[in-house]
Design a protein around this ligand. Structure first.
Ligand SMILES: [Zn+2]
Ligand SMILES: [Zn+2]
Length: 304
């Protein structure tokens, strides 16, 4: 699983920070969180194939998070996309897409599935799920939790041998979590030859938001928390008024939730050459903090 920061800027772009968008690449599929203006160009710069896009998750209806969507949808059409694309978001996202497509006289040649949510399980695949949780911004906003299902535990070879399981395809079945019956009629349960379940990877996307308990709750044990970090802590009041967080507040959330890593994003353009200052403030609270730059890549290894 790889996280790619496509846009890490505040409400207006700068030459080095595009508008909000973060890609989660998992195997052959890409999941996109927010789609600020110019996101499709960032895809190209990051070497990501738009064809692999599986679903888009929109946090809220502020323009800096959604204006890139129409262009991206049209490009997928030009690329002759045939398979469906899902777009999830808060109430109103469906109307936004419909109205924009109407004005642009654009009808996708692929199935475009748009689903609105006010929170809860929003999407699940064969081995992962995505939950939406309302957070604290100036308009209704969803944070997203992308989490893989638990994987079966390690295969205990010695145990399998002792139980008389012959080497071969039965090992594979047990490994996949299936109970088997041996040729002599004895049953062997998968749990007898597998170690503890291995937890899946978990990434939380919470942009835009003031610091709030909901994000602590959903981020517990996350491998990566991607959090609004628009301001230095000197601008706490401005952050509150605008519905954002300071890097210190985001670091406090990460610390409370005991996440592995914190990625601070949606950085105000005023901190053009001051990433180090923001980084220092955050790290004083939570050492595993990174102030995101555009086109960074983070590998999240599987849990052994
Ligand atoms: Zn924003
Ligand atoms: Zn906003």
């Amino acid at each position: 699983m790889k996280i790619v920061t496509l846009g890490t800027g505040g409400a207006i772009p700068t030459p080095v920070r595009n508008l909000p968008a973060t890609a989660v690449q998992r195997g052959a599929e890409i999941f996109l969180f927010d789609c600020g203006e110019g996101t499709q160009l960032q895809f190209l710069k990051a070497g990501l194939s738009p064809g692999k896009l599986k679903a888009v998750f929109i946090s809220h209806l502020h323009g800096d998070h959604i204006v890139g969507l129409p262009g991206l949808l049209m490009t997928l059409n030009h690329l002759s996309r045939k398979h469906s694309l899902s777009v999830f978001g808060p109430p109103g996202i469906s109307d936004y897409i419909q109205q924009t497509c109407k004005c642009l006289q654009f009808t996708p040649g692929y199935e475009l599935i748009v689903e609105e949510s006010s929170g809860g399980r929003i999407h699940s695949g064969s081995d992962y799920r995505v939950d939406a949780v309302p957070v604290d911004h100036t308009v209704f906003t969803l944070a997203y939790v992308f989490e893989e299902n638990e994987r079966p535990g390690r295969f205990l070879l010695e145990q399998a041998r002792q139980l008389g399981v012959p080497e071969g395809p039965l090992y594979g079945e047990l490994q996949a979590g299936k109970d088997i019956t041996l040729s002599d009629g004895r049953a062997v349960r998968a749990t007898e030859v597998l170690g503890k379940l291995r937890r899946g990877r978990k990434v939380v996307y919470a942009v835009d938001t003031c610091p709030c308990q909901q994000v602590v709750d959903i981020s517990t044990g996350a491998d990566l928390l991607i959090h609004d970090g628009m301001f230095s802590d000197q601008l706490r009041e401005e952050a509150r008024l605008k519905g954002h967080s300071t890097v210190v507040q985001a670091a406090e959330i990460a610390q409370k939730a005991k996440v592995e890593e914190l990625l601070l994003t949606h950085i105000s353009p005023r901190y053009r050459d001051q990433d180090a200052l923001l980084q220092k403030e955050a790290m004083a609270i939570f050492p595993h903090s990174t102030v995101a730059k555009d086109l960074m890549k983070f590998e999240i290894p599987v849990h052994k």
